[in-house]
Ligand binder design. Structure first.
Ligand code: AMP
Ligand code: TRP
Length: 358
């Protein structure tokens, strides 16, 4: 190999309540990439068991995320779509990465601190090691690009740290075995040849961080106890309209310029949502609605959201009525993903020095 070939990987957890943040920050951005380079989109069910989960609902939520991928326009003939647990190389590489990553690195992860809450002693070891599994997801395909929301930035930095340490710790061995790829961006911190790429996150556009509709300082999240805080991908048109009508705002009309959105978290959020749904920017939205009150903007936003999301919900419902065809997409995808991951793991084992005989 003369350099790492471009490849996209991303994942969404099957933990229920897929929402507008997942759609705008991640899933909708997966779609155009499938025409630009090889893409792999995973339903990360191994991540979904890091917090308490119900085995009776995991297959349903796994199919739901798959249906959302398909309904959003990901074509399983172009992209590889599969659930993580069907490709055992993810878990195997994650173990090796657990031995590369340092306790200190993982202790700094804000997502762990948030999810573990006050009772850290009682969090699962899996929740602590969550980012090493994420790094394995990405690097087992030597993926070069990862489209994600802003909340995954820190995990992406950790993924690069793991790749960097692996490349450095085993540089001699990688060279000896002839498994290195010339580093496309040479630096003093790295050897000339790498085994794992330093993967770039793709965090861009007006919707990298969609906020709760009830509190503009909190991220829209699957686990918020208030259903009014988020627009779920399978909400009805009435629910969507109601949630936007009830969304928290301030009494001022919309500003004419984006500067006027500073210190107005709720207004900024709704303008960002409108921009992302319409394929525009905050500037284009404000050039149309600047000076208008929320009594004008909210109904326009509700109409736009319903027009964009209702067809996706309908298509998800149609797909979910036939679980066998969803399962077929996942097993075909797992087969294709496994064929890429397997040789990477074989080389990784050789680098580590494991004796093989089976
Ligand atoms: P998760 O639901 O945690 O598996 O997240 C799946 C994807 O959605 C990731 O790329 C997240 O960064 C993205 N995401 C989750 N919540 C939001 C949000 N409120 N705004 C933007 N992106 C989000
Ligand atoms: N941690 C991501 C999230 O919570 C989900 C995820 C797991 C992921 N593995 C990944 C995202 C690999 C991108 C690439 O949103």
């Amino acid at each position: 190999m003369t350099s790492f070939s471009p490849r996209v990987f991303s994942g969404v957890q099957p933990t229920g309540n897929l929402h507008l943040g997942n759609y705008l920050g991640a899933i909708s951005r997966f779609v155009p990439l499938q025409d630009q380079m090889p893409t792999i989109y995973c339903v990360v069910d191994l991540h979904a068991i890091t917090a308490k989960h119900d085995p009776a609902t995991l297959s349903r939520t796994t199919r739901e995320v798959t249906a959302a991928y398909l309904a959003a326009g990901i074509d399983p003939k172009k992209a590889i779509i599969f659930n993580q647990s069907q490709v055992k190389e993810h878990a195997e590489l994650a173990w090796i990465f657990n031995c590369i990553a340092r306790m200190g690195w993982l202790s700094r992860m804000t997502q762990f601190k948030e999810k573990a809450g006050k009772n850290r002693e009682n969090a699962s070891v899996g929740l602590f090691a969550y980012p090493t599994l994420m790094a394995a997801d990405i690097l087992v395909y030597r993926a070069t690009h990862v489209p994600v929301g802003d909340d995954q930035k820190q995990h992406m930095e950790l993924t690069r740290d793991i790749a960097q340490k692996f490349n450095n710790d085993f540089a001699e061995r990688i060279a000896e075995l002839g498994l290195g790829v010339p580093n496309p961006t040479p630096s003093p911190e790295l050897p000339d040849e790498l085994f794992f790429p330093l993967t770039e996150p793709m965090i861009a556009g007006p919707a990298t961080r969609i906020m709760s509709l009830r509190d503009g300082t909190k991220k829209m999240s699957k686990s918020d106890p208030s259903d009014l805080s988020r627009i779920n991908l399978r909400d009805t048109a009435d629910d969507i309209a109601k949630k936007i009508r009830k969304a928290k705002t301030d009494p001022e009309p919309l500003p004419g310029e984006t500067d006027g959105l500073e210190d107005r978290a709720e207004a900024a959020n709704l303008v960002g949502i409108y921009a992302a749904l319409s394929g525009g920017t905050r500037e284009t939205v404000l050039s149309e609605y600047g000076g208008q009150p929320f009594s004008v903007f909210k109904p326009a936003l509700a109409d736009l959201a319903v027009a964009k999301l209702a067809p996706i919900a309908d298509e998800m419902n149609r797909l979910l009525a036939d679980p066998a065809s969803i399962d077929a997409v996942l097993s075909d995808g797992a087969e294709r993903a496994g064929a890429i991951a397997e040789p990477v793991l074989r080389d990784t084992r050789r680098i580590m020095g494991f004796l093989e005989g089976r």
